[in-house]
Design a protein around this ligand. Structure first.
Ligand code: FAD
Length: 303
């Protein structure tokens, strides 16, 4: 068995594996795809001390750093069940079972997509999911935010300080965001909120986004907005479906952790975007991976 088994090979998992291996304990990583969401990222400008890098390049460095240590890295395997006997067991979709004295869950999350024509084609070319990451790329330009929940309205307020103007498109007839955020957004001269708007297509010129088309659900009329960027803010879904019977999750499915990264199952820790940490970023997930590994080590020396 492993002393520490990390499930997930994104920045949180890689960081947890390095911190665990540096304690000289038997460490394994099992992941569907090494690198996680970072593999899908084009430019990264907020990984502190590295002014600019690109997703695949950062993933290559992560992998190289992990390989400096004796870590068993198993990829293209998906964890399907977590249970506890004498040891903690992670059952894979392939049917195999991995056993460990402690487990760190770092399975990340995925942005909910609009599923409209043009979205995939222009992903990273104007279609964005993270205002903290990509907001500055649209300085002085027109953008839309899709979704009028807390993350959408927060994004609109955030972007309004950088871009020329922001149009928020909300599908229903009410905004689900907190009142204080809605009031703030409505007070900004360069923010427009359109309700009952269903985005139907991302428009581009072959290289980048030039606008979007939406349908007014009241009148069925189609409208076009000229834009440089579209921030999709309709939800970040944690990859925790397989854990709902074994761990305490929030109502959104995030794994509940404490300051040591401990979950509701003794010996099981979690880190990164799959947890209830409020902000989801590379640098934050790496920090939480380190915390979870130190938490796991602390658990091992006490048990
Ligand atoms: P993830 O990166 O999601 O990694 C999860 C890992 O778990 C993967 O290896 C995956 O294969 C694996 N996995 C999932 N389920 C299972 C399972 N059941 N069994 C086994 N393995 C599993 N953040 C920034 O700080 N700066 C940016 O510029 C930036 N840009 C972004 C751009 C895009 C397009 C996206 C999508 C995200 C961006 N982010 C950015 C956010 C950042 O990528 C995430 O916060 C970060 O990757 C989270 O790390 P993680 O390790 O928690 O999860």
């Amino acid at each position: 068995p492993y002393e520490v088994l990390v499930v997930g090979g994104g920045p949180a998992g890689a960081s947890a594996a390095i911190y665990a291996a540096r304690k000289g304990i038997r460490t394994g990583v099992v992941a569907e795809r090494f690198g996680g969401q970072v593999m899908d990222t084009v430019g990264i400008e907020n990984f502190i001390s590295v002014p600019y890098t690109e997703g695949p390049k950062l993933v290559a460095s992560l992998e190289q750093h992990v390989k400096e240590y004796e870590v068993d890295v198993i990829t293209e395997q998906s964890a399907a069940k977590l249970s506890k006997g004498e040891l903690i067991e992670v059952e894979l979709a392939s049917g195999a079972t991995l056993k460990s004295r402690s487990v760190i869950l770092a399975t990340g999350a995925r942005w909910r997509e609009m599923n409209v024509p043009g979205e995939q084609e222009y992903r990273g070319k104007g279609v964005a999911y993270c205002p903290h990451c990509d907001g500055p790329l649209f300085k002085g330009k027109r953008v839309a935010v899709i979704g009028g929940g807390n993350s959408g309205i927060e994004a609109a307020i955030d972007l309004a300080g950088i871009v020329k103007d922001v149009t928020v498109l909300e599908f229903s007839d009410t905004l689900r965001a907190d009142d204080v955020l809605v009031k703030k957004a409505e007070s900004l001269a360069n923010v427009t909120i359109i309700k009952q708007a269903m985005t139907t297509e991302v428009l581009g010129d072959g290289n980048k986004v030039i606008g979007l088309q939406y349908k007014d659900r009241r009148t069925d009329e189609t409208h076009v907005l000229d834009l440089a960027g579209i921030f999709v803010q309709i939800g970040l879904v944690p990859n925790s479906e397989w854990l709902k019977d074994s761990l305490e999750l929030t109502e959104r499915g995030e794994i509940v952790i404490d300051g040591h990264g401990s979950t509701s199952m003794p010996g099981v820790f979690a880190a990164g975007d799959v947890t209830n940490t409020p902000y989801k970023q590379i640098i934050i997930s790496m920090g939480s991976g380190a915390t979870a590994a130190l938490g796991a080590f602390d658990h091992l020396i006490r048990n």
